[in-house]
Design a protein around this ligand. Structure first.
Ligand code: CNA
Length: 245
């Protein structure tokens, strides 16, 4: 590792860039106490009756709705989690006009909680929920009040989280906006994502400007990045802020 932990080089690249987009994943929220999927202590290393990929699929949701919600309430919702230094750094830089948008695979709503406005939630959000029968919308507190059962609408329909499950399509407009922003920015900062899930790696490859990767572990795209930082992302942005002050 370089003596300065890559902070000076990051600040130099960041300073020269006009339009910056951030693309992130579950690793952005581990410092807020939300486990990711693929780290040592991630959700995929824990033992369940079914593999998490199976539980989080559309067909499993339809066939084993009760089991789905047991896992969902237990492992996917963290209503008390607070944004960390990474979320706050990005929100502050958006206010300054530097960060154009945050494209995230996360469903935890922490970027919005930190104050980011232009957030593309590729995989949806646990804060939005829709009745599958009548389309009525429900917030997270409605869902939390139904922990332990299948959440139902006043019409009797099942209320499904607006979270994209395996076998489901991403929202077309969200994807279009993300592609447009990533392919036209001067700098793409990629953080806290293993880049294993479709279409994450594909999005990163769309960048035409510089790419900086901040991830605890190696990713398949380390070799195409202009700068690679293997550090916890909240810690790293704290150092960047301190360096700039
Ligand atoms: P992942 O595959 O679990 O990868 C996370 C990556 O982040 C790993 O490569 C880790 O090394 C790295 N990492 C962990 N902590 C840090 C940290 N503090 N700083 C820097 N890097 C870190 O998760 P992906 O996002 O790549 O996969 C996409 C899935 C995970 C999406 O479908 C998400 O919806 C889903 N997910 C979201 C959340 C959330 O909303 N917070 C939590 C768990 C999973």
């Amino acid at each position: 590792m370089r003596m300065d932990d890559g902070v000076a080089e990051f600040v130099s690249i960041y300073g020269k860039a006009g339009r910056v987009v951030f693309f992130g994943g579950a690793g952005v929220s581990t410092e807020s106490g939300i486990p990711d999927f693929r780290s040592e202590d991630g959700v995929y290393r824990q033992k369940y009756a079914y593999p998490p990929e199976r539980i989080l699929s559309h067909s499993f949701f339809c066939e084993n709705t009760e089991e789905f919600f047991r896992f969902y309430f237990d492992k996917m919702i963290y209503p008390d989690a607070k944004p960390n230094a990474a979320h706050f750094f990005l929100a502050e830089e958006e206010k300054k006009g530097k960060i154009v948008s945050v494209v995230t695979q996360n469903i935890d709503g922490l970027h919005r909680k930190a104050g980011s406005v232009n957030v593309r939630e590729l995989h949806g959000s646990v804060y939005r929920n829709t009745c599958m029968k009548c389309g009525a919308k429900y917030d997270l507190s409605y869902m939390l009040g139904r922990r332990g059962k299948i959440p139902r609408c006043s019409c009797g329909g099942i209320v499904k989280p607006d979270v994209v499950l395996y076998e489901e399509n991403l929202d077309g407009e969200t994807v279009e906006n993300a592609i447009e922003e990533i392919s036209s920015c001067d700098l793409l900062i990629v953080g806290g994502t293993s880049l294993n899930v479709y279409p994450a790696a594909g999005f990163v490859r769309l960048a035409k400007g510089k790419t900086v990767l901040v991830n605890k572990s190696e990713t398949p795209l380390d070799e195409i990045a202009d700068l690679v930082i293997h550090q916890p992302i909240g810690e790293f942005f704290k150092k960047v802020k301190a360096y700039e002050e």
